[in-house]
Design a protein around this ligand. Structure first.
Ligand code: NAP
Length: 286
């Protein structure tokens, strides 16, 4: 694929295609005219089973990599490096990895991608705005009206996943333009988790609150929900570092790549509130 060739004949593998980022990358890729090959366990692709990789990668031009459950998880560097080498061997020319801003634990994964012998781009994202509308944090906010999280009063520029997806698709389709680059993407302004929840409360007319806890208290809560000990230890260390103030800054990757401002958190909240995201389940089952 060159910058001048059409995208109509470009096939892109989208890992995590049923997840939060992958779903939007698949949508943006289809909208750009690409052929999307959705890859997750539901379609027979398993990051933990290398025998499932070749069938998904063979014949593809590019791939989007979102490693579950975290790009800095202990097994991520090995898996991403091995998959990237396999992709290179099968003729896949461009890989775009979703990573996280300020996450030291993710650097070995990024390095493993860079050493695989294939054109690569790393997209380091801020916290997703959609963490408030999809995924593990949503239920307690919607059903119990409270978000318990170890984010203190630190500012975070929540990024809309639609912007992340547009940046990813640009990196997949822009030839050499973003090869070998790390693109950091964030939303347009810093908000504390308390301000984010207050914004959702105002828009929904509900008495929603944010209760900051220490990473250790948060870990104890997770352990109480049956999260395995190793995962709890990883998350306590991860959140303790990611939310210590190092990420309380804006990044200009959305404007740099897309030539426009990133979507604002307030717009995300208005759209999700209008579609009933934070309306509690009347049956109480959540
Ligand atoms: N949350 C944030 O704010 C944030 C910020 C920056 C970066 N990130 C990074 O985002 C990545 C997660 O992406 P996401 O939030 O879009 O994912 P997600 O919503 O958690 O969805 C996970 C996806 O991965 C698939 N999956 C899970 N286990 C799998 C396996 N063993 N093999 C193959 N596919 C598997 C799931 O589908 P199946 O169940 O069908 O397999 C699903 O499509 C992580 O690497 C994280 O570090 C997150």
């Amino acid at each position: 694929m060159t910058e001048t060739s059409t995208q109509a004949d470009m096939t892109v593998v989208v890992t995590g295609a049923s997840g939060r980022s992958g779903r939007r990358v698949a949508e943006a890729a289809r909208a750009a005219g690409l052929t999307v090959r959705a890859a997750s366990r539901a379609t027979g692709f398993d990051w933990r089973d290398r025998s499932t990789w070749a069938d998904v990668l063979r014949g593809a031009d590019a791939a989007y990599l979102a490693h579950p459950t975290d790009v800095g998880a202990p097994d991520a560097a090995g898996a991403v490096g091995a998959l990237a080498r396999e992709a290179a061997g099968l003729g896949v020319r461009r890989l775009v990895l979703l990573s996280a801003r300020g996450e030291e634990q993710a650097r070995p994964t990024e390095e493993a991608l860079g050493e695989a012998g294939v054109d690569w781009t790393v997209v380091r994202a801020a916290w997703f705005a959609q963490n408030f509308s999809e995924g593990p944090l949503v239920e307690e906010l919607r059903e119990r009206g409270e978000l318990v999280f170890p984010a203190g009063a630190v500012g975070e520029p929540f990024v809309d996943l639609r912007d992340v997806a547009d940046v990813v698709v640009s990196a997949l389709t822009s030839g050499e333009r973003y090869a070998g680059q790390v693109l950091e993407v964030s939303g347009p302004r810093l908000l504390t988790f308390g301000e984010a929840v207050a914004g959702i409360a105002k828009e929904t007319g509900r008495a929603l609150t944010y209760r900051p806890v220490t990473p250790q208290e948060y870990g104890e809560n997770l352990a109480g929900f049956g999260v395995p000990e190793e995962e709890v230890a990883f998350l306590v260390e991860l959140f303790g570092s990611l939310l210590d103030g190092r990420n309380a800054r804006l990044s200009d990757g959305v404007r740099e790549v897309l030539g426009r401002a990133p979507r604002d958190f307030g717009d995300f909240v208005r759209e999700e509130a209008a579609s009933g995201t934070w309306v509690p389940d009347p049956s109480g089952r959540g």
